[in-house]
Design a protein around this ligand. Structure first.
Ligand code: FE
Length: 273
């Protein structure tokens, strides 16, 4: 080996040694960086039932997520369907357990599931149900989300608008408000019933507070007074799925039973307070 060849070998060796050292240093730096967590190993999601409890039991309309669970995906829905405020058979015979089991267990549940799916990857994720309804109402591009979120909200409000052994004329201050704004309880009942009977196709009949006055309004499909500047006080679902198993096409009989046997005036009073 002559001197030139020896020098070339030495340079080659030094170059390789430097490359190995640089690789080791780089690897150590990478290992020192915070590593991304594996899916499913992040913070535990908020247990179902805690993420979206109503702020107060009597106001299920406020049911919605207080905060989204970190990393929550479709399998960790941030909105949870509130429980029925009574057993499924508690409203019989006015509304059968069969109707409630389908209405609550299939229809209402489905609206929550669809809403949870639709908010994934949008700014609506992590908002309360009421915020989603109001936000989605602002643009036609959110129509599908509005329909499902508003139906979820409306139904939660509907369950609270009824109670076993409810209905009939209210008493006390509420009776005076009804007399003042409708003339009499009978006039209120006639107007509410007529509004339900006259409502074309699917929708809702509401008792609302509008500019300080009690009013009866009806809304179509998923529409809700929440996005109309009116304060909902009570509601009757007049979609056919609410009454068809029990009353067939006799919507008037269903609404009469709602007013005579079910309407929760305590809930109305709480919403007015
Ligand atoms: Fe319904």
């Amino acid at each position: 080996m002559d001197q030139n060849e020896s020098s070339a070998n030495r340079r080659r060796f030094l170059g390789q040694a430097l490359a190995v050292s640089a690789t080791v240093v780089l690897a150590n730096q990478v290992l020192a960086q915070p590593q991304p967590k594996e899916p499913g190993k992040g913070p535990k999601p908020t247990p179902p039932g805690l993420a979206d409890k109503p702020s107060k039991p009597a106001a299920p309309g406020n049911a919605g997520a207080a905060a989204p669970a970190a990393g929550a995906g479709p399998s960790h829905p941030s909105l949870e369907q509130p429980p029925l405020p009574y057993p499924q058979g508690a409203l019989e015979p006015a509304i059968s357990a069969t109707t409630l089991s389908f209405h609550y267990g299939k229809h209402h549940k489905g609206y929550f599931e669809k809403t949870n799916t639709l908010v994934e990857g949008t700014p609506f994720k992590g908002k309360s149900l009421e915020e989603i309804v109001k936000g989605a109402a602002k643009g036609k591009q959110h129509q599908k989300l509005f329909n499902n979120a508003a139906q979820a909200w409306n139904h939660s409000f509907y369950w609270q608008s009824m109670k076993p052994k409810g209905g009939g004329a209210p008493s006390g201050e509420l009776a005076q408000r009804i007399d003042k704004d409708f003339g009499s309880y009978e006039a209120f009942k006639t107007q509410f019933t007529q509004s339900a009977v006259d409502h074309f196709s699917n929708g809702w009949v509401w008792l609302v507070l509008d500019k300080g006055k009690l009013k009866i309004v009806d809304t179509h499909d998923a529409d809700t007074p929440l996005v109309r500047g009116q304060k909902p006080l009570a509601v009757s679902d007049v979609w056919e799925h609410a009454y068809y198993l029990d009353y067939k096409n006799a919507r008037k009989d269903y609404v009469t039973a709602y007013l005579d046997k079910l309407l929760n005036w305590d809930f109305v009073a709480q919403n007015l307070a």
